[in-house]
Design a protein. Structure first.
Length: 265
C-alpha cells in the first residue's frame, strides 16, 4: 500500500495488520526515513539476500567478489524476531526467546526491523570504533558500510550492492501485526483520514513506542581473576543455553575459528 492510499475501499475495510509500519507512519504525516525506499524491488531483494547470507552473489553470469573472506552477516545477525517484547533490550528476555525458538544468541542486533530503526552504533560502540561511528549513527547505509568494512574485516560495498542490501532490509521491515497495539489504536488507523492532526500525531507516538528505535552496546571491563567465582552461584541452565546458542555458533566444528568446541566430555 502506498503512503497516500486510503485504508478503505467502497467494498471493504483494508487489513491494516499487514501494512508496513513505515508506510503507515508516512500516511499519518510522519517524517520520511533517511533510508526511505518508495517501492521495493524483488530482484534487488534477492540480490541483497544473497549478499547477506553468502557474502557474494551472481552478476552477469559470474560470482561477485566476496564482501569479507572471514564472515557473512548472519555470523553476527539474526534475520527474525529476537524478543518476546520488541520494545525491550533485556538480555534475559532475548536469551529466553532464543532458547524457546532455537535461535542463535548473537552479538549484534537482528536485521528484522532494522529498516524501522533510526539510530545505529550507539553508546559503547564508540569505544571500539572511535570516530567511525559518527557518520554511521544516523544513517543505515553508512552503518552497513562500517559493518562490512570493519566488523566483518571486509570491504566497503559497491553502490549496487548497498542498494540491494537496503532493499533486502526493507523486505524485513515491521508490519502493524508485529506491534502490540490495542484494538482502539487499530480502529483509529482504519479511519485515519477522518482524524485531526493532533490525533494523527498521537497515533505516530503510539506506533513508535511499540518497537525499539535503536539498540545500545554495553562493553564491560574484563573481570579480574580474583573476582571470578568459576560458576559458583551461577545458573547452569542459562549457561548451557549461552554455550549452545552463542559459543557453538562460531566454535561448533571450528566453523568460524580454529578453536573447535562441542558437548563431548
Amino acid at each position: 500500500l502506498e503512503p497516500k492510499q486510503s485504508l478503505t475501499t467502497e467494498s471493504r475495510v483494508m487489513d491494516v495488520s499487514q501494512m508496513a509500519v513505515s508506510n503507515v507512519l508516512l500516511m499519518l504525516g510522519d517524517d520520511t526515513l533517511v533510508h526511505h525506499i518508495d517501492r521495493i524491488d524483488a530482484e534487488l531483494v534477492k540480490t541483497g539476500e544473497d549478499l547477506v547470507l553468502n557474502g557474494f552473489t551472481m552478476r552477469e553470469g559470474k560470482k561477485t567478489k566476496r564482501i569479507s573472506t572471514h564472515f557473512v552477516c548472519t555470523d553476527c545477525h539474526n534475520l527474525t524476531r529476537e524478543f518476546s517484547d520488541i520494545t525491550s533490550e533485556d538480555p534475559e528476555d532475548r536469551l529466553a526467546y532464543a532458547n524457546a525458538n532455537d535461535l542463535p544468541f548473537l552479538p549484534a542486533s537482528t536485521f528484522w526491523g532494522i529498516y524501522n530503526r533510526t539510530s545505529f552504533y550507539n553508546k559503547d560502540y564508540v569505544k571500539k570504533y572511535g570516530d567511525l561511528v559518527i557518520n554511521a549513527r544516523d544513517s543505515l547505509a553508512n552503518a552497513t558500510q562500517v559493518c562490512a568494512k570493519y566488523c566483518s574485516s571486509g570491504r566497503y560495498l559497491d553502490d549496487w550492492e548497498l542498494e540491494a542490501v537496503m532493499h533486502y532490509f526493507k523486505s524485513l521491515e515491521l508490519k502493524i501485526a508485529d506491534l502490540d497495539l490495542d484494538a482502539n489504536t487499530i480502529k483509529n488507523l482504519r479511519k485515519f483520514g477522518k482524524l485531526k492532526v493532533e490525533e494523527k500525531e498521537k497515533l505516530i507516538t503510539t506506533i513508535k513506542a511499540a518497537y525499539i528505535q535503536k539498540y545500545d552496546a554495553t562493553f564491560l571491563e574484563t573481570m579480574s581473576r580474583e573476582k571470578r567465582k568459576h560458576g559458583e552461584g551461577g545458573n547452569p541452565d542459562k549457561g548451557e543455553t549461552i554455550y549452545e546458542e552463542s559459543c557453538m555458533h562460531c566454535h561448533g566444528n571450528a566453523r568460524l575459528t580454529y578453536l573447535s568446541l562441542g558437548k563431548n566430555k
